[in-house]
Design a protein around this ligand. Structure first.
Ligand code: ADP
Ligand code: ZN
Ligand code: MG
Length: 475
């Protein structure tokens, strides 16, 4: 039997507001334990939370960017949560009236366009961190208590780890574009719970799901999906049943392990938080947030295709990171050849970033350097191979491409006389490739190309010397 994998994601995004969700403590990653904590975020008796207006703004912007309906009326609820990392023993979250619902993200996995529906987005507070020190016991750091989060919950519309990856990439890019989160996965600003079930291909009913909590990288989420789907299929094929469970993904072992039976909503004892007033938003306020949004990845991508003539694939790669798109657009203002530029950005820039172990947001290189290298190639000062090498050096050192060419004497040799003499000698010294070429093996010419490039340290103008080689051989 063939099976279909069904995945739903619950993504937690930490909002990059200056202060926490219900108090004035700094919302900063790290810091000495318990230095960004106060009676409110540690839940001392008698304190009163006040909702940070900026959290509502960011949640609404996220919802609008993900095509959601925004609620004119929503409220905060208490969710029973009896763990020492949130000392007041409940989490303030949203239950039946979330701030946003019914949105979607469009993905293009393997060239197929598909909408992944978003069920809801709600606001909530993060919990602190427990530091387990073995026999010495455990310590609690409450710096993260009260850090504002939005939780984005999808419908079970995802059908493979590849689709999950595309969904997460676009979600991350979108949050980055609208500036509501720094989306640093390494600092836990974006984490997801992965729900997986399987069912016979063609079946309409959902299978029993397992949930992996707090998976903290996209590649781990994908591996967890593939592992879990295979595990469930094995169980079913063996005549066993999948049990609804919360499981832990162990990234080192590459496996999931049972943690506990899955809790149900009624286990949480939700009720409206009596300390917080409902959140009322007028349509005018919502529209103002909408008008303030920048061009989003999906719109940018479509524009790169329709206005710049790029392929869907190239447009997708370029818009997947706000920083790469900004680099590309800045360069484009000074160099109006989108396709060539796209090739250099995708081929050369992305490779250099990868080699340097840099994320796009960590890049400091000025797009003007790429433009200058491209212009040197176009003007015939250097050939393409040298031009790319010059850009690479400019990227690494910050030196100007023209200066690098000057310093290293990299100017292209287009002087026919010089190249002619060189080629005549090569032809005289190497009768075999000449004979091969004349007997119909066109590839034999690559020998001369290689020799000329070697002799000129790749500086020869390929057009000029190709013509000379042909002319001299035919003599
Ligand atoms: P919770 O996990 O908090 O109890 P829900 O029951 O609303 O919340 O489901 C959370 C996530 O699980 C959603 O993303 C939903 O799409 C996904 N999900 C629900 N049922 C299934 C299923 N049978 N297979 C895969 N994912 C599922
Ligand atoms: Zn506080
Ligand atoms: Mg869940």
């Amino acid at each position: 039997m063939t099976y279909e994998t069904v995945v739903g994601l619950e993504v937690h995004v930490e909002l990059s507001t200056k202060t926490k969700i219900f108090c004035g403590c700094a919302n900063e990653f790290g810091g000495e334990p318990n230095t960004h904590a106060c009676p409110v975020c540690t839940g001392m008796p008698g304190v009163l939370p006040v909702l940070n207006k900026r959290v509502v703004e960011y949640a609404v912007k996220a919802g609008l960017a993900l095509n959601c309906e925004i609620a004119n009326f929503s409220k905060m609820d208490r969710k029973g949560y009896y763990y020492p990392d949130l000392p007041k023993a409940y989490q303030i979250s949203q239950f039946d009236l979330p701030i946003c619902k019914n949105g979607y993200i469009t993905i293009h996995t393997n060239g197929v366009e598909k909408k992944i529906r978003i069920l809801r987005i709600h606001m909530e507070e993060d919990a602190g961190k427990l530091l387990h020190e073995g026999s010495l016991g455990s310590k609690a750091d409450y710096n993260r208590c009260g850090v504002p989060l939005i939780e984005i919950v999808t419908e079970p519309d995802i059908r493979s780890s590849e689709e999950a990856r595309d969904f997460l990439d676009i979600l991350k890019a979108t949050m980055d574009y609208i500036g509501v989160s720094d989306v640093k996965m390494q600092e836990g600003s974006l984490r997801c719970d992965v729900n997986v079930s399987v069912r016979p291909q063609g079946s309409e009913t959902l299978g029993t799901r397992c949930e992996m909590k707090n998976v903290n990288s996209f590649s781990a989420a994908c591996k967890a999906i593939d592992y879990e789907a295979a595990r469930q299929i094995d169980l079913i094929e063996d005549g066993d049943k999948v049990i609804q469970q919360t499981r832990r993904w162990d990234d080192d072992k590459g496996k999931t392990f049972a943690m506990r039976g899955k809790e149900e909503a009624h286990d949480y004892r939700y009720f409206p938080d009596p300390d917080l007033v409902p959140i009322v938003l007028t349509n005018t306020e919502i529209k103002a947030f909408k008008d303030a949004l920048p061009e989003l990845p999906a719109a940018k991508r479509a524009r790169y295709v329709s206005e710049l003539g790029l392929t869907e694939y190239d447009a997708g790669v370029l818009t997947n990171s706000k920083y790469i798109a900004e680099y590309f657009e800045t360069a484009l203002k000074a160099y109006d050849q989108p396709k060539k530029l796209a090739n250099w950005v995708m081929g050369d820039l992305l490779r250099l970033l990868k080699d340097a172990g840099l994320l796009p947001e960590e890049m400091k290189s000025d797009p003007a350097l790429m433009v200058e290298a491209l212009k040197l190639v176009d003007a015939g000062v250097v050939n393409v191979t040298v031009g790319k090498a010059v850009f690479e050096e400019a990227f690494k050192t910050g030196k100007k491409p023209a200066d690098i060419v000057e310093e290293k004497g990299l100017k292209q040799i287009s002087d026919t006389g010089e190249l002619e003499a060189m080629i005549q000698k090569l032809i005289a010294d190497n009768p075999k490739p000449v004979a091969d070429y004349k007997s119909g093996n066109a590839k034999a010419l690559t020998f001369f190309v290689g020799q000329v490039m070697k002799a000129t340290q790749v500086k020869a103008n390929p057009q000029v010397f190709n013509e000379i080689v042909l002319k001299e051989i035919e003599k």
